[in-house]
Design a protein around this ligand. Structure first.
Ligand code: FES
Length: 247
């Protein structure tokens, strides 16, 4: 697995506690993959896994939420500083072309959907993005480049009032394939609702430790235990509908 020292080109707050960081380097990331960042503070030993938002020939962009000491530290890094990056890691989203697609994101699960949309050849894409409230809404305009965007908020302060599944029903969105990234409860509901009659892929955002498939700190139980537990960082973070057991 590849590590590289990468210079920070940008690190800005784009919404409350949400930051966008651009890193220099040739990363060749696939949609749905993540990078594992070593923090420069020696007291914070664990790398922090962050999904890839976008990638260009010579740089990679992440969007992350400040939720603890590690991401707080990351948000205080200055342009010109260097970070050690492991990855890109994990199995990404399979690309499905020429099908009607709905792409569902919840909260900080929305950013990795940008690279997915950019790579899909499908012309018929609808995004359904769910957030707590208006203040938490991100990337609505960026994703409009690739298709129609429906925003749902829990409190109704912006867009549709309700959750993403209610929005899919309310707007009668017709689709062949569903892609989703967000809170595990949201993914569970999507999986249970559509498995067996829709093609679909869900990306989990588990807390990770090693990020390399060694520690088994990120496992989830598959329906068929033939090959043992599934590691989100190695076999995932993307799984097909119907693979994970929620029992
Ligand atoms: Fe260690 Fe996944 S984080 S195995």
């Amino acid at each position: 697995m590849i590590t590289q020292d990468s210079i920070i080109l940008e690190n800005i707050e784009i919404a409350k506690d949400i930051y966008k960081m651009t890193l220099q380097g040739d990363f060749n990331a696939q949609p749905g993959q993540f990078i594992n960042i070593k923090l420069n503070n020696e007291r914070l030993l664990l790398r922090r896994p962050i999904s890839v938002y976008d990638v260009y020939e010579d740089k990679l962009v992440i969007i992350y939420r400040v939720v603890g000491s590690g991401t707080k530290e990351l948000s205080q890094e200055k342009v010109g500083n260097t970070l050690n990056i492991l990855g890109p890691i994990g199995s990404g989203f399979p690309l499905t072309n020429n099908k009607k697609v709905v792409i569902v994101g919840g909260g900080i699960g929305v950013p990795p959907l940008q690279l997915l949309a950019k790579n899909l050849k499908n012309k018929d894409i609808t995004f359904v993005l769910g957030f707590r409230n208006k203040e938490a809404v991100i990337l609505e305009n960026e994703l409009k480049k690739y298709g129609e965007v429906i925003v749902a908020t829990d409190d109704g302060s912006y867009g549709f009032k309700g959750n993403v599944l209610q929005a899919i029903d309310e707007y009668k969105i017709d689709f062949d394939v569903i892609y989703a990234c967000g809170p595990s409860k949201m993914l569970e509901f999507i999986d249970k609702k559509y498995q067996g009659y829709k093609e679909g892929y869900i990306s989990f955002e588990e807390r990770m430790a090693c990020g390399m498939g060694i520690c088994y700190g990120c496992v989830c139980k598959p329906k068929k235990l033939d090959n043992g537990m599934l590691r989100v960082c190695k076999e995932g973070p993307v799984f097909e509908l119907g693979v994970i057991s929620y029992e």
